[in-house]
Design a protein. Structure first.
Length: 281
C-alpha cells in the first residue's frame, strides 16, 4: 500500500484472547506496531511497571496509561466518594510517572447522565492536574457521551500546559455526532483512540451499547473526514487504536471471533495503514 506519509502506530492491550497483557507486548512489536497503551488498576499498581519493563525489552513505546472511570461522576459531587476518586486519579498519575509514561488519559464523566459541572468537580480535577504537572505527567481529557463537562474543564483548566485532549473517533460518532470535537479541541490533541461503530442505533438515545470499538472501516465513521481533521490539526503523533474483539453488551463483528490474536492485530494494523493512506502528503 502506498503510504501518504510516514506514521507510527499504536494499540491497546487486548482482552478476549486469553493472552496475558505483558505477554502481548512482544507480539505487538513483532506485528509492526510502534506503541501501546494500558489501563491501570488500584489493586495491582505494579502492573504498569511490568508493562514498562516488557516494553523496554521489546523496544516498544509505552504511550499512555488510561485511568479507571467507573465512579467518575462522583468527582462532581461533594462527598467522600469523590474525594477518594480524586485520590485514586492522583495515584494513577504517580504510577504513570513511575513507569516512565508521560500521558494519563481520563474520562471526565461516566454514562449518558451525570451531575452538572460544579465548582467542587473543577477543584478536584485541578488538584489532579497540578499534582500531575509536578511529576511530569500530562492529563488527556477524552470526549464522551456528555460534552458539557469536557467543555467546562477545558474552559477552567485549559491554560495549564499539561491539560490536553484525547480524541476518540468512535465516541464522536455514537455520542456526539453533531459536534466536531477536533474543531473544538484539536489544537490540544495529544493522543488518539481510533475505533469504529455504527453510530446511534435508536434516535435520541445516547448509550454505551453503541460504543462497539470496531476496527476502522467496519462501521460508519467518516474516515476521510478523520484524516482531514488530523491533517488540519497538523497531527504527526502516533495513530493509536482502541479496539476489541467483542465488547459485551455491544454489537459484534462475527469475523473477529474467528481470528487469532496475531491475525486480529495484523488486520487492525492494516486498517491503520489504510487510514494513514487517506491523509495528505
Amino acid at each position: 500500500m502506498n503510504m501518504k506519509r510516514t506514521a507510527r502506530y499504536g494499540t491497546n492491550i487486548l482482552g478476549g484472547f486469553g493472552i496475558d497483557g505483558v505477554e502481548q507486548i512482544q507480539i505487538i512489536k513483532e506485528t509492526g506496531f510502534d506503541a501501546f497503551f494500558t489501563g491501570w488498576n488500584r489493586k495491582d499498581r505494579g502492573a504498569v511497571i511490568r508493562y514498562a519493563e516488557a516494553a523496554a525489552k521489546a523496544g516498544l513505546f509505552y504511550e499512555t496509561v488510561h485511568a479507571p472511570f467507573g465512579k467518575m461522576n462522583s468527582m462532581w459531587v461533594d462527598g467522600l466518594e469523590g474525594d477518594d476518586w480524586r485520590d485514586m486519579l492522583i495515584e494513577c498519575a504517580d504510577d504513570t510517572a513511575a513507569a516512565g509514561v508521560g500521558i494519563m488519559v481520563t474520562h471526565v464523566t461516566v454514562a449518558s447522565t451525570a451531575p452538572p459541572p460544579s465548582e467542587i468537580g473543577y477543584r478536584r480535577f485541578l488538584e489532579v492536574a497540578e499534582h500531575a504537572a509536578k511529576i511530569g505527567v500530562k492529563i488527556a481529557l477524552e470526549n464522551l457521551e456528555i460534552p458539557e463537562h469536557l467543555a467546562y474543564l477545558f474552559e477552567r483548566l485549559g491554560s495549564m500546559d499539561n491539560i490536553a485532549f484525547c480524541w476518540d473517533t468512535g465516541h464522536n460518532l455514537c455520542y456526539t455526532p453533531e459536534i466536531d470535537m477536533m474543531e473544538l479541541y484539536g489544537d490540544r490533541l495529544i493522543c488518539l483512540h481510533i475505533n469504529d461503530n455504527n453510530g446511534i442505533s435508536i434516535p435520541g438515545v445516547i448509550t454505551w451499547h453503541d460504543d462497539s470499538h470496531f476496527l476502522p472501516f467496519d462501521g460508519r465513521v467518516d474516515w476521510v473526514g478523520v484524516a482531514g481533521r488530523l491533517d488540519k490539526a497538523g497531527w504527526d503523533g502516533i495513530l493509536t487504536q482502541e479496539v476489541n474483539r467483542g465488547k459485551e453488551g455491544c454489537e459484534k463483528i462475527p469475523a473477529y471471533s474467528e481470528m487469532s490474536y496475531r491475525e486480529f492485530l495484523a488486520e487492525s494494523l492494516e486498517r491503520l495503514h489504510r487510514l494513514n493512506s487517506l491523509r495528505a502528503e
